[in-house]
Design a protein around this ligand. Structure first.
Ligand code: PHE
Length: 472
């Protein structure tokens, strides 16, 4: 997410020197350093996926074995794919759709490969629509934290508080609108100076705060139980579907198969090592998710809460912990502010796929950001309604796979478990089989030796196996 901010800064400064016609797409400027790119990519990767989604799907899918599959997916599919996407973005130097077109043409391949960019952009758009609703939840939690409402709160009361929030479409609409507004604001270029600074400080702050929470969780007397829940694999809890969920989440959490990393890759200077950078981003993202798990599950067990509680997990458990620790209101406020910020930097990167494409088509950045953001906001309203008035509306009940799924569940399933794995497979096939290995070698250097066989054989085979067992 942050990536764009920095890029915009640079673009904006240069556009003052050379006046641009409003309709001329701006040529992307480069990140000022590898560090800035890493911060931008980490900003995109670290978000609700790590702190909200990872713990709750781990709880729903039985813990250890699921975590292990997730880590394997990150290593053998996620990281090689991140390298591929950044590489495609840097070579194409355009929006994800534009870059796919440029590289397919340069390699003498079918122009239809551009469809991969289109599907990725569509996935990012759909994710943004519901991501904004969930990110909106952090805001009333900031208000409650500031007003000291969590002090001494019981698990029952936090549950009731969360249910009240979900039951109120107007409240949800207000926070969803506010969050989407913030996303559009940055994407359109409204926020400029000082953000690079803010981001490089806020991300580490979130990290430190998670460490403090883990420290607190260690005092609950249930830390060991949480560690074995997270790291002791019990394969009987694992189903074909949970493997698909782990795979989909590996893409979601690393911002892959959605154009975000391709869009940011377009701004990466040629002399930066793509592979090393991807490893750093992947490791940081994974650490944040595991820390979130270590902070949350001891509290879940200490208070007899259900690990499979679902999307409300962190909103029901963490306030209880904050309510009992010294300085709880302060830490709670800080936590939800940082979570909001992490979600914000991710949502900006989701919108970037579409905005950079529209921008290439001659639409100004401001118009593209407002138009794209508003469209995602509208779709998001169907998500927030599915949490209350439409909670019984499960339109695809005729298919066993989709039975009982609300619109929100369906968007989540469609993006993470179908669109992202399909985009990922196509990208792996494209870079593994359609791009001349000499060309990918020029981009990846010494790492090519390891990356190439993995992306050519291992990743597609692993993806096909997961598909096979899910469609069977
Ligand atoms: N990686 C982000 C998170 O974990 C979500 C995201 C998905 C961002 C796709 C960009 C693109 O919260």
């Amino acid at each position: 997410m942050l990536g764009y901010l920095f890029a915009y800064n640079i673009i904006n400064r240069s556009s003052q020197a050379v006046p641009q016609n409003k309709l001329t797409p701006v040529t992307p400027a480069l990140w000022s350093s590898r560090f800035v790119f890493i911060m931008a990519a980490v900003g995109s990767a670290v978000g609700l996926g790590n702190i909200w989604k990872f713990p709750y799907i781990t709880g729903e899918n039985g813990g250890g074995a699921f975590v292990l599959v997730y880590l394997v997916c990150i290593a053998i599919i996620g990281l090689p794919l991140m390298m591929s996407e950044v590489m495609l973005g840097r070579r194409g130097a355009k929006s994800p759709i534009g870059s796919m077109a440029v590289v397919a043409k340069a390699e003498g391949r079918s122009p239809h490969w551009v469809g991969v960019g289109i599907m990725a952009t569509l996935a990012a758009f759909l994710i943004l629509s519901f991501y904004s609703v969930i990110a909106g939840w952090t805001m009333p939690y900031i208000v409650s934290a500031v007003s000291g409402q969590f002090s001494g709160i019981s698990a029952q009361s936090t549950g009731a508080l969360f249910e009240d929030l979900l039951a109120s479409p107007w409240q949800l609409l207000m926070w969803h609108s506010l969050f989407m507004g913030l996303t559009i604001l940055v994407s359109a270029g409204g926020v400029r100076h000082g953000l690079e600074n803010a981001v490089t400080k806020l991300m580490p702050a979130l990290f430190v705060l998670l460490l403090i929470l883990v420290g607190y969780a260690a005092t609950t007397g249930h830390f060991g139980e949480a560690v074995s829940f997270l790291f002791k694999p019990n394969f009987s809890a694992l189903t074909a579907e949970s493997i698909l969920v782990a795979l989909g989440h590996a893409f979601f959490t690393l911002s892959l198969a959605s154009g975000a990393m391709m869009a940011y890759g377009a701004y990466l200077p040629k002399n930066v090592s793509i592979a090393r950078t991807a490893v750093v981003v992947g490791v940081m993202d994974t650490c944040v998710a595991l820390l979130a798990g270590l902070a949350i599950f001891p509290i879940v067990f200490a208070h007899g809460l259900a690990a499979g509680e679902g999307p409300g997990l962190i909103f029901v458990t963490l306030p209880v912990a904050f309510g009992q620790m010294p300085g709880g209101s302060f830490f709670a406020t800080l936590f939800f502010v940082l979570l909001l910020f992490a979600a914000w930097t991710s949502s900006i990167s989701m919108l970037e796929s579409l905005v950079s494409y529209l921008n290439e088509k001659g639409i100004s950045r401001v118009t593209a950001a407002i138009g794209g953001g508003l469209a995602a906001w509208l779709v998001g309203i169907t998500t927030l309604l599915s949490l209350n008035v439409w909670s019984d509306f499960t339109p695809l009940d005729m298919f066993a796979r989709f039975e009982g799924k609300t619109l929100f569940d369906l968007y989540d399933y469609l993006t993470a478990n179908i669109m992202m794995p399909v985009v990922a497979l196509l990208i792996a096939l494209f870079v593994g089989w359609k791009v001349n290995p000499e060309h990918s070698k020029a981009e990846l250097g010494a790492w090519h030796k390891v990356w190439f066989p993995v992306i050519r054989y291992l990743s597609p085979i692993a993806l096909l196996i997961v598909f096979y067992f899910n469609l069977k």
